[in-house]
Design a protein around this ligand. Structure first.
Ligand code: FMN
Length: 160
């Protein structure tokens, strides 16, 4: 594909609306967080979810090595957190409130859902790795989701 084709594909993929998550784990240099909208459910029995991480990510090694990670699903009022964890910076937890799971994984407060997972499989796939997790604990709260569509954040809490 040419660079133009890649841009077209990226824009076309962006027509698929998603929620926004911050995926967290404990790396050997401390807590890691990365904004990700590639989260998806996979299976209920066993309970499996997946997300994708770019091979160029500075925290790739930490996520591939982590035995546990958490998916923090952001609410409509958490756009700043999404911006924050889309930065390339290893001190990214500075100034961010969080608690810690029994496996040492950072958990963000006031999200609309969270899934604490054990890393089950990682797959090398193109320019990303697919990370599949088995859900060990989950929690949900009321609130509208933060959405991502066409390269922009969106709000929508309306039922059709
Ligand atoms: C809404 C949104 C969704 C994103 N989804 C992903 C994703 O699913 N996987 C990924 O690797 N990066 C994703 N990114 C980009 C990463 O958040 C960003 O490249 C990363 O935080 C940069 O830091 P790093 O190089 O330390 O990983 C997304 C960014 C935004 C704003």
């Amino acid at each position: 594909m040419t660079e133009d084709d890649q841009l077209d594909l990226r824009q076309t993929l962006g027509r698929f609306a998603t929620g926004v998550t911050v995926v967290t784990c404990l790396g050997d240099k401390g807590p890691c967080g990365i904004t990700a909208n590639s989260f998806s459910s996979v299976s209920l029995d066993p309970p499996l979810i997946l997300w994708n991480i770019a091979k160029v990510s500075n925290s790739l090694r930490a996520y591939l090595a982590a035995g546990h990670f958490a998916i923090n699903v952001l609410g409509a009022d958490q756009r700043e957190l999404s911006h924050h964890f889309a930065q390339s910076d290893h001190t990214v937890f500075k100034g961010v409130e969080y608690s810690v799971s029994e496996h040492g994984v950072p958990l963000l407060p006031d999200t609309i859902a969270s899934f604490e997972c054990r890393t089950r499989e990682t797959h090398d796939c193109g320019d990303h790795f697919i990370i599949i997790g088995e859900v060990e604990r989950f929690d949900s709260n009321d609130g509208d989701p933060l959405l991502f569509f066409g390269g922009d954040y969106r709000l929508c809490g309306n039922k059709l």
